[in-house]
Ligand binder design. Sequence first.
Ligand code: T5A
Length: 217
Amino acid sequence: MNYSGMLVTFEGGEGAGKSTHAELLKNYLAQKGLSFFATREPGGTDFSEAVRALTKDIRFADKSKISELFLFEAARADIVEKRVIPALKEGKIVIMDRFYDSTTVYQSFGRGVNRADVERFNMVAAQGLVPDLTIYLRVQPKEAFERKGGVDANDAIEQSGMDFHERVRKGFDTLAKENPDRFLVVDASQPIAKVFEQVIGAFESKYNAKQSSLQKE
Ligand code: T5A
């Protein structure tokens, strides 16, 4: 797909600091006068926010893992088609708090759905989009849960157990190794300011590279 914008995704386990850094990046872009659109997954449209509530609802914690996969893909398909693709075509920087790497990791590495199936549905829902930059905030699940105040008793995914969250961490490590050009791995146990320095460094370098390649076209 041809577009002049730039897609930046934040990934990592629960409480890794994704929302914190997505917010800091938004402020940074606003100060620089750059045009951006920021959203989260699942969520970002009325439909996808309704699906988000379903994914977290503890009453449905025993739903089939394939049902869970399709919920995330359904939420993704809506935000991608209605907001993300139009923003990229308008030349905006799109910031996403989670994207399909979360599905590969949570639903395949975590839940055990066949990885090829998950990746196929990711591509369908994302209409083939690939992030320009994925910032993986890496932290041990135990530490992240401590700083966010513990495991939420009403959240079906947070309640999946420490082994599950450990598989999630290993899954992100695997994706980062497989996609070194796209992934920036940041040690998110460092202080917020230190983490953000690295986020900005990676963003600036990708942004400048993208601008020069657009000028050459
Ligand atoms: N999911 C999602 C799937 O299973 N499949 C999918 O395809 C998708 C898209 C989404 C849930 O859905 C699952 C994953 C999730 O279970 P969510 O709310 O987006 O839910 O995800 P969470 O990770 O649960 O969101 P959190 O808000 O809890 O985590 P964040 O955004 O990573 O962390 P943040 O920024 O809110 O920070 C948490 C706390 O830590 C502090 C912050 O100030 C805050 O208090 N903090 C730090 N403290 C010290 N040092 C640092 N470096 C810190 N960084 C942040």
